[in-house]
Design a protein around this ligand. Structure first.
Ligand SMILES: *[C@@H]1O[C@H](CO)[C@@H](O)[C@H](O)[C@H]1NC(C)=O
Ligand SMILES: *[C@@H]1O[C@H](CO)[C@@H](O)[C@H](O)[C@H]1NC(C)=O
Ligand SMILES: *[C@@H]1O[C@H](CO)[C@@H](O)[C@H](O)[C@H]1NC(C)=O
Ligand SMILES: [Zn+2]
Length: 482
C-alpha cells in the first residue's frame, strides 16, 4: 500500500520532466574548442604547395576560400578581433605598438604584450567570458595572453620568451602535444588558443612568393597533420572542434629603384616640425599627431602627394574600415597601396613582404578551416569577416557572448545543427520518446490504480466472505514491484 503510493507520487513528479527536451538538463552540444592561428597564412598559400593535411581537413570539415581581417591588418589588433568579435576601433588594441604621444615613448610588439592598459581597454577576450560562465581555458603564445583583463586571465597560459625562435618545428610539436595531452585531456580545459609565428616571419624576410615561404607552408601543413593525429591519440576527436585561421596575409614590397618609394620627408610642404608625435616606418600604415593649429597644413601637404599614399583625417575615414571611433587613433591616418611602405626620414624598411594594407586587398586575406563534431563535412562556405569567429566559438562552447560586432548568421551554415531536418528530427525523436514514455507510464499507473481499487473492493468482499486471501496478496506484491 505505501509502496504503491510512492510509485504514484514518483510518476506524478517525474512524468512532466520526462517530456522536457534533453537539452534543458544536459547540453549535448557543448564541445571543446581549439583556436589555432598561423600568423600571416594568406588564403592562397595552399595553391602553389602540396598541402595534403590542409586538404584532408577541408574534406573532413569546412573551408572558407578566405576570410576578411580587421583594418589595420596588423598582428595584435587583428588577433584581438578574433578573440573579442570586435572591430579594432571598438576593442582599442589599435596597433602592435603601445605609444604615448606626450612622452613620445613607443614599445615594440613583444614588450607591448605586457602592457596591461593597452590590451585591457574595456573589452574582455573569450578566455574571460568563458571562465566567468564556468568553463576553463588556456592560451599558448597567442597575442594578448600576457595581459590580464579586469584582473583575470586564461587559467593556464604560456607566453613565449623574449628572443623566441618562432620557426622550430620540434618546438611546435611539443606545444601541440602539451595542448592536446596536458591541457585538453589531463586538465580537461574547454577552450585553448594556440599561436604559431609562421609563415609570417618567413613571408616578411623572403617575400610571399619565395621558395622559403613555400617550405614554411609545408611545415605548417605537417603541423596541421600532427595536430589532428595528436587529438586522435588523446581521444579528443569526438568532442573537440578545431578552428585554424590567421590574422592577415602578406604582399610583396617593391623597392631598390623599381618604384618611387614613399618617404614623407621628401614631400614638398611637409615637415616633421609640424608634428607632436608620429608612428611611421612601420610597414604600410602611419598615424600623425600635428601640433596645435597645423592639422590642415600637414593634411594638405600630404593629400595627393604620392599616387600610392592614402591620407585621411580621422573623422573622414571610410566607415567600412572601422578605424575611426577611438581616442587612441591619431588625427591623421596614412596607408599605402600594396607594394609600398611608408617611410619617415629615409627608406629604412628592409622586409620583402608586408601586411597592414587595406583589408579589401586580396593579399591581406587569411585562410580558414574548421573540423570537429559540430562542423559539416566537405563543405566550402562563403567568405566572411573574422569578427564572426568569436560568436561562432561562443556558440560551440555554449556560452553567452559579450556585445560584439559579429554574428552567428555569418557562419551558421557550417554547423551540422544548421541542417534543419537533422536537428529537428533528432529533437522530435527525443521529445516524442519522452512524451510516449510518460503516456505509457500514465496508462500503466491508471491500470494499477484501477486494479488496486478493484482488489480492495474484492478483498473487502472476500474478507466479508472470509475466503481466497492469499491470491489478493500476490496481486498486491506485483503492483508494488512495478
Ligand atoms: C582606454 O584607453 C584610453 C587611453 O588610451 C583611456 O583614456 C580610457 O579610459 C581606456 N578605457 C577603458 C575602458 O579602459
Ligand atoms: C630556428 O630554428 C630552426 C630549426 O628548428 C633553425 O633552422 C633556425 O636557424 C633557427 N632560427 C634562428 C634565428 O635561430
Ligand atoms: C628546437 O626546439 C627543441 C625543443 O624545444 C630544442 O631542443 C632544439 O634545441 C631547438 N632547435 C633550435 C635550432 O633552436
Ligand atoms: Zn601577424
Amino acid at each position: 500500500m505505501v509502496l504503491l503510493w510512492t510509485v504514484c507520487v514518483c510518476l506524478c513528479v517525474f512524468a512532466p520532466s520526462l517530456a522536457m527536451p534533453v537539452s534543458r538538463r544536459h547540453n549535448p552540444s557543448r564541445s571543446k574548442v581549439l583556436l589555432v592561428s598561423f600568423d600571416g597564412f594568406r588564403w592562397d598559400y595552399d595553391r602553389d604547395v602540396d598541402t595534403p593535411h590542409l586538404d584532408a581537413m577541408a574534406r573532413d570539415g569546412v573551408k572558407a576560400p578566405y576570410v576578411t581581417p580587421a583594418f589595420f591588418t596588423m598582428t595584435s589588433p587583428t588577433h584581438f578581433t578574433i578573440l573579442t568579435g570586435k572591430y579594432i576601433e571598438n576593442h582599442g588594441v589599435i596597433h602592435n605598438m603601445w605609444f604615448n604621444t606626450i612622452t613620445s615613448e613607443k614599445k615594440p610588439y613583444y614588450q607591448t604584450q605586457f602592457v596591461n592598459d593597452w590590451w585591457d581597454n574595456g573589452t574582455v577576450p573569450i578566455w574571460i567570458s568563458a571562465q566567468r560562465q564556468g568553463l576553463t581555458t588556456g592560451s599558448l603564445h597567442f597575442p594578448g595572453t600576457a595581459s590580464t583583463y579586469q584582473g583575470e586571465s586564461a587559467e593556464v597560459s604560456e607566453v613565449e620568451p623574449r628572443f623566441y625562435n618562432y620557426s622550430n618545428e620540434t618546438a611546435w610539436r611539443n606545444n601541440v602535444d602539451k595542448v592536446m595531452g596536458d591541457w585538453f585531456r589531463e586538465k580537461d580545459l574547454d577552450f585553448v588558443s594556440l599561436y604559431f609565428g609562421e609563415p609570417d616571419s618567413t613571408g616578411h624576410k623572403y617575400g610571399p612568393d619565395s621558395p622559403q615561404r613555400r617550405e614554411m607552408v609545408k611545415q605548417v601543413d605537417r603541423t596541421v597533420g600532427y595536430l589532428r593525429s595528436s587529438a586522435e591519440r588523446n581521444g579528443l576527436t569526438n568532442h573537440l572542434n578545431i578552428i585554424i585561421t590567421a590574422d592577415h596575409g602578406m604582399t610583396t614590397i617593391f623597392r631598390n629603384g623599381l618604384v618611387e618609394e614613399i618617404t614623407l620627408s621628401k614631400i614638398k610642404g611637409f615637415s616633421f616640425q609640424d608634428l607632436v608625435f608620429h608612428l611611421v616606418d612601420y610597414g604600410p600604415t602611419g598615424m600623425l599627431l600635428p601640433k596645435e593649429g597645423r592639422l590642415e597644413k600637414v593634411y594638405n601637404a600630404l593629400k595627393g602627394a604620392h599616387p600610392h599614399l592614402h591620407v585621411y583625417k580621422k573623422e573622414e575615414m571610410p566607415s567600412r574600415l572601422h578605424f575611426k571611433n577611438n581616442d587612441r587613433i591619431l588625427p591623421i591616418i596614412l596607408w599605402s597601396d600594396p607594394g609600398y611602405v611608408i617611410n619617415g626620414y629615409f627608406p629604412v624598411q628592409v622586409n620583402k613582404g608586408e601586411h597592414g594594407f587595406d583589408n579589401e586587398n586580396m593579399d591581406m586575406k587569411p585562410f580558414f578551416r574548421a573540423v570537429g563534431p559540430a562542423f559539416r563535412k566537405n563543405l566550402e562556405v562563403e567568405p566572411f569577416e573574422t569578427v564572426n569567429i568569436y560568436p561562432l566559438m561562443c556558440h560551440l562552447l555554449d556560452i553567452t557572448p559579450e556585445p560584439n560586432d559579429g554574428h552567428l548568421d555569418a557562419t551558421r551554415a557550417m554547423l551540422i545543427s544548421s541542417v534543419p531536418e537533422d536537428k529537428n528530427s533528432v529533437r522530435d525523436v527525443h521529445t516524442g520518446v519522452f512524451i510516449g514514455l510518460a503516456a505509457v507510464a500514465g496508462v500503466i499507473f491508471s491500470t494499477f490504480v484501477f486494479i488496486f481499487i478493484s482488489n480492495v473492493i474484492k478483498r473487502r468482499r472476500s474478507e466479508q466472505r472470509n475466503d481466497n486471501k492469499g491470491k489478493t496478496e500476490e496481486c498486491q506484491t506485483k503492483e508494488a514491484s512495478f
